[in-house]
Design a protein around this ligand. Sequence first.
Ligand SMILES: NC(=O)c1ccc[n+]([C@@H]2O[C@H](COP(=O)([O-])OP(=O)(O)OC[C@H]3O[C@@H](n4cnc5c(N)ncnc54)[C@H](OP(=O)(O)O)[C@@H]3O)[C@@H](O)[C@H]2O)c1
Length: 314
Amino acid sequence: MLTLSSTLAGMRILVTGASGFIGSHLCRSLSDTGAEVHGVSRVPRTGVEKGLRWWQGDLADPAIVRELISTVKPEIIFHLAAGDTRANRDVNLVLPIFRDNLSTAVNVLTAATETGCGRIVLAGSLDEPEPGAPPSSPYAAAKVAIQAYAQLFHRIFQMPVVVARMFMAYGPGQEAVQKLIPYVTLSLLQGQGPKLSSGQRLVDWIYIDDLVEGLTALAQAPDVEGCTVDLGSGFLVSVRAVVQELVRLTGSTAEPVFGAIQERPMEQLRTAKVNETYSQTGWKVRTPLEKGLSQTIDWYRARLTSEVSRATSA
Ligand SMILES: NC(=O)c1ccc[n+]([C@@H]2O[C@H](COP(=O)([O-])OP(=O)(O)OC[C@H]3O[C@@H](n4cnc5c(N)ncnc54)[C@H](OP(=O)(O)O)[C@@H]3O)[C@@H](O)[C@H]2O)c1
C-alpha cells in the first residue's frame, strides 16, 4: 500500500472530471503547488496546461479505468467525474446517472485497489439524504450508494478512501448554465428576469476557491480514511436572498420572477458540520458570500463581453 506524503508538490495525482467545474479549478491549483497532475476526460483535450497531462477515456468502462490507473499509478485520486449533477427528479436520469456517477466510482475504487493508492477522495453531496431517509433523486441515490462503496472498500479492502461531502459550489468557470447562480447571473446581466421557484430553499453555499482548498486539505489530512467530511460554509442562505444579492451586485433592473417554477419535492436541508471538518483537516472557508458572488459576476460579465466582441468581429 502506498503511503501519503505531507506535501502535494511532486506527487502524482489523478483527477477525474478534470474538465468540469470543480475539477478544472482543482487541477490548476494542484499544478500550481508543483504536483504532477493527470486529468481524464471522455473527449480529447489538446490544451496543455502547466503540470497537467490529459488522458482520454470513459470511466464507465472498467477496462479503461484499470489501464489508466495502472499506467498513471497515482498516489492520490480525486474522483470528480459525474453525469448530470442537477438532482432533477426524472426517471430518464436513473440509468445515465447510475452509469456516469456510480459505475465510474466503483470502477475507480476497484482499479485503485488492484494498483494501490495513498488516498482516494470521492465526491459526496449535500443532496444525500440523512441516514435511513429515501433519496429524492437519481443523483442522490447514486451518492448514497457511493457512500456504501466507500465504506466497503475502506473497511473490507483497507483502502484509504474519504468522501468529500461538498455543499453548493459556485464561482467563475461554472459552465452548467442551468444551475442557479450561473442562470440567474447570466439572465440579470442580459436584462432578463430569471424564472424561479419560491426561493425559500435554504442552502449552504461554498465558493470554488474555498472548496478546492478543502479538497486539497482532505487529500493530506491524517486519520480521515473511512470518513465523510463536510466541505461547506456552515451557513444557510435562502435561494431568494442569493438572487436578491445578485440583483444588487449586478445592478440589473430585470426582476426575478419567484413562483414561476414548481418546488422540487423533498429538497434536502443540510448545513456543513464545519467544526468537525476543521478539527479533522484544519480547513475552513475564507470567502464571504458577497465577495464570492462579485467575483463570479465579474467572470460572467467578462465572458459575455468577449462573446459579443467575437460576434461583432466575425
Ligand atoms: N458543483 C457542485 O455544487 C457540487 C456539489 C456537491 C457535489 N458535487 C460533485 O462534485 C463532482 C464534480 O462536480 P462538477 O460540478 O465539477 O461537475 P461537472 O462540471 O459536471 O464535471 C463533471 C465532469 O465529469 C466528466 N464525466 C462525466 N461522465 C464521465 C465518464 N463516464 N467518464 C469520464 N468522465 C466523465 C465530464 O467531463 P468530460 O465531458 O470532459 O468527459 C464532466 O465535465 C461531482 O461528483 C458532483 O456530484 C458538485
